[in-house]
Design a protein around this ligand. Structure first.
Ligand SMILES: [Zn+2]
Length: 357
């Protein structure tokens, strides 16, 4: 793989600096457009995969009038803005979530590209030949996270083809591109990937098991466990454990916001408990992206906090204790809400969290 790109990188290094910078800017614009187009495709996947429909046929059409959308009105983000969120044919409103998903995907693609292909790395001779493959792999990964998070919000399903298929692909990619685990050769990289998958599955399974024994409810579904296994296969055991920890905090924040919104609205939310029974997938997906882009920064910060904790023990415990209480309180509150919703048979119509697709 490295030989294919070597002439291109050599040519880039010989360019005058101003030309090199404009070339990189052009590449960034190209990556943004690519991300938006892929995001447009993800919108189709999110809607059609849970329904068992083909993602390629028929072409995109209006949900209201059924008219096929011509290509010039199907430009990511821009079309929605120009048409002001309405169908060009029947003027029915089109959800704002379509352009948002396109924009988010474009941003994630740009972040992945920036991480490994920034102009400084190119000029400093620091770019290893495996990087183009890594960028492609992480593009596919962030796209799969967007799809899984949105389908979990809509249907409470995490796709097995992403969790299980993704784990197999991650193992193969680890062996083919050891740089994924900063390993010198294929064998230690594959071992790191296998160990990570085992750690992710083990930690997730332990939480699911404990949740079932202590609260007699599955707070953490088997779909979450399998997804955590994929994160372990990509990021290693440290990544899997950190993602689980971050996800718990993000889940706590999401739960608090849901409670605040329900309190604010003062609707029937308190009776059916539905707003509290939020899926855990979005928290897991957000934690995985956080780890991908800012994992190193977070670990550095945490170790700095660790050193600080030893010198300021009282202050550290004083800050940690309310946070722990809050986490426990939220967990119990959420379990109670889910149980109440289940009694009302609200949740029984929902599909199993570990989906078949
Ligand atoms: Zn229409």
């Amino acid at each position: 793989m490295s030989e294919w790109f070597a002439p291109l990188i050599d040519w880039y290094r010989l360019l005058p600096e101003a030309d090199a910078i404009s070339l990189v800017r052009l590449a960034l614009v190209f990556v943004l457009c690519l991300g938006a187009i892929i995001g447009s495709f993800l919108n189709v996947c999110i809607y059609r995969i849970p329904l068992g429909q083909s993602v390629s046929r028929p072409r995109s059409h209006c949900f209201s009038c059924g008219k096929t959308i011509p290509w010039y009105l199907n430009i990511p983000v821009l079309s929605w803005l120009i048409l002001r969120g309405r169908c060009a044919n029947c003027k029915a409103p089109i959800s704002v979530r379509y352009p948002v998903i396109e924009a988010v995907t474009a941003l994630l693609f740009l972040l992945v590209f920036q991480m490994w292909a920034n102009p400084h790395a190119l000029l400093l001779n620091a770019i290893p030949g495996q990087v183009p493959a890594l960028i492609l792999f992480y593009w596919i990964f962030v796209a799969s996270v967007v799809v899984d998070v949105m389908i979990d919000i809509d249907h409470r399903i995490l796709l097995d083809r992403i969790s299980l298929g993704g784990t197999l692909i991650a193992l193969a990619v680890s062996a083919a591109f050891p740089i994924l685990h900063h390993a010198p050769s294929w064998w230690p990289a594959l071992l790191a990937s296998l160990g990570g998958a085992a750690a992710g599955f083990g930690a997730g399974f332990a939480i699911a098991w404990l949740g079932e024994r202590i609260f007699l409810q599955d707070a953490f579904g088997f779909g979450d466990v399998k997804w955590l296994m994929l994160f372990g296969a990509i990021f290693g055991w440290r990544g899997a454990l950190f993602i689980l920890m971050f996800a718990a905090f993000i889940g706590l924040a999401m739960g608090l916001v849901a409670i605040a919104v329900a309190k604010f609205r003062r609707t029937a939310a308190d009776d059916d408990g539905a707003p509290f029974a939020i899926p855990f997938g979005p928290a897991l997906g957000a934690a995985a992206l956080l780890w991908l882009f800012w994992g190193n920064l977070l670990v550095d910060g945490l170790f700095a906090a660790h050193a600080w904790a030893f010198t300021h023990r009282t202050a550290f415990l004083g800050a940690l204790f309310p946070l722990l209480l809050l986490s426990c309180g939220w967990l119990i509150y959420r379990i109670r809400a889910i149980r109440r919703a289940a009694q009302d048979e609200d949740l029984e119509e929902l599909p199993e969290e570990s989906g078949k697709e």
